[in-house]
Design a binder for this molecule. Structure first.
Ligand SMILES: [Zn+2]
Length: 162
């Protein structure tokens, strides 16, 4: 069975081909669908983009024009930088808040991996995030000064005291 066949089986499109294709499979803590392929987990919308439109350049995110995180309709997916993505979410104000890509404990894990000598590529793969996101976590520009957990984050930088 092809990837395409498996993938399409997990989609519901109540509004037809042009409407949102709602992912019915597993959903990650970030609110995006999850696809397993060859032992690795991918975001469903990123998987859809690659399946229907082609490879995603390393530094770019796949964004939803429709603002529906579980939508995997390739015509609703566009490439953008991480900055575009946050601007986009801020502008649209989904639920009135900016939705972080990672939970706090995952950000700690990213820092732990980087402190332990992991490459950005390894971290990107593990958390299915853009290289620019990892960069931002490393430099503190994400989860930085405006984040409510900022104090906790920067007082517990892992790997610095061991
Ligand atoms: Zn959509």
């Amino acid at each position: 069975m092809s990837s395409l066949h498996n993938f399409v089986e997990k989609i519901r499109s109540p509004d037809g081909e042009d409407g949102c294709w709602i992912w019915q499979g597993a959903v990650g803590s970030d609110g995006y669908g999850r696809v397993r392929r060859r032992g690795t987990t991918h975001s469903a919308h990123r998987f859809a983009y690659e399946l229907f439109k082609g490879p995603i350049p390393e530094d770019l995110c796949v964004m939803h024009r429709c603002d529906v995180p579980l939508c995997v309709n390739p015509t609703h997916l566009v490439l953008g930088t991480k900055a575009d993505n946050s601007q986009d979410m801020l502008r649209k104000g989904r639920d009135g808040v900016t939705v972080p890509k990672l939970r706090f404990d995952q950000v700690l894990e990213v820092r732990r991996m980087l402190a332990g000598g992991a490459t950005k590529a390894e971290v990107c793969e593990k958390f299915d995030i853009c290289r620019s996101t990892v960069q931002d976590i490393e430099t503190g520009s994400t989860w930085g000064k405006d984040h409510p957990l900022q104090g906790q984050l920067f007082s517990t930088i892992p790997g610095r005291d061991s």
